[in-house]
Design a protein around this ligand. Sequence first.
Ligand SMILES: NC(=O)c1ccc[n+]([C@@H]2O[C@H](COP(=O)([O-])OP(=O)(O)OC[C@H]3O[C@@H](n4cnc5c(N)ncnc54)[C@H](OP(=O)(O)O)[C@@H]3O)[C@@H](O)[C@H]2O)c1
Length: 249
Amino acid sequence: MSRKLQEKVAIVTGASAGIGEATAIALAAEGAKVAIVARRSDRLDALAQRITESGGEALAIVADITDDAQIQTFINKTKNTWGQIDIVVNNAGIALVGEIAKSDPADWRRMIDLNLVALMNVTHAVLPILQAQGSGHIVNVSSVAGRTVRAGIGGYNASKWGVNAFSEALRQEVSRQNVRVTVIEPGMVNTEIDSHITELGARQRSEDLRKSITPLESEDVAAAIAYAVTQPSRVNVNEILIRPTTQTW
Ligand SMILES: NC(=O)c1ccc[n+]([C@@H]2O[C@H](COP(=O)([O-])OP(=O)(O)OC[C@H]3O[C@@H](n4cnc5c(N)ncnc54)[C@H](OP(=O)(O)O)[C@@H]3O)[C@@H](O)[C@H]2O)c1
């Protein structure tokens, strides 16, 4: 079986759980060498071992991507190890949802720092490498919440609309340099994301909503990302909106 990402190097942020973990596995299965980035070293080590045991190559890098110095370190480590960077999946994120009046502004800052500012800073730090290579692919994991707005998730909406706007400007700026940009917009996915919500009523509502449908699995989103990054270089899959079948919103 020919593997479509043989000789390619990918970075996946937020790879210690959920969509990022499944994406690292999916890209490694297509032959990519994957740098897996998150804060929990035990989870990263277990994932790296799993990928290696399946015949792949993985580099576990512990980093908090809201820290600029740590961004530069994981990019340098990846480039120094494998000599190139072809795919960056900006996936790490949190969904600290809640009604605006009931939200803690500290949660908004934390969420926008991670979901939006860190994604922008990772992109900024890696772009010179992709431009010098004359090729590369940046995949930004947004959300259906980056396209539609719902009462009760305004802060999260703001972070993900920011991701979509930034991604479209990026696409326009770097397309002629042969750098591709894809936005992934999942609906509800069965991950640990709700566990971080601090407003208890909002957490309960989100969990109830998730239970009211059959959510996507992380592997479903990983398959969409794998699809985007395995297309011929002339094809730029700009956007994938992927909802659970039973999700109406
Ligand atoms: N689940 C959904 O329903 C859903 C729907 C639409 C979009 N999304 C988006 O999909 C992405 C992944 O979400 P998920 O559901 O897979 O969430 P998850 O299971 O909670 O995983 C989040 C990942 O982000 C990492 N992370 C958090 N803070 C970090 C930091 N400061 N530095 C580095 N890594 C950090 C976590 O690892 P550590 O804790 O080890 O650092 C973890 O690996 C997010 O952008 C989310 O907004 C999710």
